[in-house]
Design a protein around this ligand. Structure first.
Ligand code: FEO
Length: 392
């Protein structure tokens, strides 16, 4: 594939990773991903904006084969899927400097062992002229690590936000062509990577409001030539109140918890509450993360294993705690045979969730009439709470 022109003397020089199925040894990638790097040629200087995953460094280096000089590598983010091939770029261009935030420099030195004299650090709002192409650096910590910044190309009105606004999709389309597919992938990406930093993103969204943006060129997935599509989606995920949705991750070993889950899901549906049920034995954890973006309530269903929750349920609780969704209410349902501390242990796993914990319903053995009555009451309480708060 040739370098692909976005604007005069601005090119996409990224790598498409069709086969990758797991990111950070954690996040499922059902549609692969891309590592988007960009080449900006001014009349006096040349810059590469971000790089690619080291596993695909040869793709970037092939694009750079006929580029005689690179003066700057703009490094918006130190994570290796964008930075891991920077050492090869620096080796090819001994005069090139890495342009990053002060925090970024420290991280690059630690993570990639790049010599400290190869860096130029930039402050928030600082600019760098390439000759007819002016790069402005916007500090934007925590999208996704503390060192991150966005780069804005003034003359062409292109924003290069690295991870922010990205989507894990492998595609030959330079721009969004299927909005439905990209919305889903971008929401999955937001849920898994950005949601824990929602309060930082609130500030960044406000900050970039003042910029005229023709194209958003993230470092994963297709670019946005209609930026309002992704900006409005982010505003909705970040600013909107949670919705009238219950997320129900659960495991059942011998059918007792399953029966309780089925009853509660039916009772909630009868009360007009949307339920997203995830059997953790088979669930795509990315779908669970996506559901947490909008949900007002999470009900965790677990049997008891060696006195505590099932390990898969503990994993989901720890994940939800790390992702810090907008949840307002949590409850726990489940079962045990002879003794259980599952409720206390699960409660201890979600300290980040600023939620009201609704009375759990735990059945000794297979659920009886009294357990179904308690589930009926729990459904009433959840529906009432959602209504009281105006969650629609
Ligand atoms: Fe795409 Fe945080 O790396």
């Amino acid at each position: 594939m040739e370098a692909r022109q976005i604007k005069p003397n601005v090119y996409w020089v990224g790598a498409i990773d069709w086969d990758r199925r797991l990111f950070d040894a954690l996040i499922p990638l059902p549609d692969g991903t891309s590592y988007n790097a960009y080449l900006v040629q001014g009349s006096q200087k040349v810059a590469v904006i971000d790089a690619v995953d080291p596993s695909m460094a040869d793709v970037l280096m092939t694009y750079l084969r006929d580029v005689p000089i690179v003066d700057y590598v703009i490094a918006n983010h130190a994570e290796q899927d964008h930075s891991g091939s920077i050492p090869q770029v620096l080796e090819k261009y001994p005069g090139a400097k890495v342009v990053t935030t002060p925090r970024g420099k420290d991280m690059f030195v630690d993570l990639l062992l790049i010599s400290a004299d190869r860096f130029i650090t930039v402050s928030d709002g600082e600019t760098l002229s390439l000759g007819g192409k002016t790069l402005e650096f916007i500090h934007a910590p925590w999208v996704h690590w503390p060192e991150t910044m966005l780069t804005y190309l003034r003359e062409d009105k292109v924003l290069f936000p690295c991870d922010l606004f990205g989507s894990h999709i492998a595609t030959t389309d330079l721009y969004v062509t299927d909005e439905g597919q990209v919305y889903e992938a971008a929401k999955r990406y937001y849920a898994e990577i950005m949601m824990p930093f929602r309060t930082s993103i609130e500030k960044h969204l406000e900050k970039i409001k003042g910029y005229q943006i023709d194209i958003i060129a993230p470092s994963h997935g297709p670019m946005y030539d209609k930026p309002s599509f992704i900006l409005e989606a982010y505003r909705s995920w970040v600013f909107d109140p949670p919705r009238n949705i219950v997320v129900l991750p659960y495991i059942s070993m011998h059918g007792s918890t399953q029966k309780m889950v089925e009853y509660l899901v039916g009772a909630l549906a009868d009360r007009g509450v949307t339920v997203k049920q995830f059997n953790l034995a088979v669930a795509d954890i990315g779908k669970l993360a996506m559901a947490l973006v909008d949900a007002a309530t999470m009900v965790i269903g677990t049997p008891t294993v060696l006195v505590g929750p099932h390990p898969n349920v503990a994993y989901a609780a720890v994940l939800a705690n790390a992702l810090r969704p907008r949840l307002q209410f949590v409850s726990i349902i489940g079962s045990y045979g002879w003794g259980s501390r599952a409720v206390e242990q699960l409660k201890g796993m979600i300290p980040n969730l600023k939620v009201e914990v609704l009375d759990p319903v735990i059945s000794k053995g297979f659920p009886r009439e009294s357990d179904f009555k308690a589930l009926h009451n729990l459904a009433d309480i959840i529906a009432e709470k959602h209504k009281e708060h105006g969650f629609a």
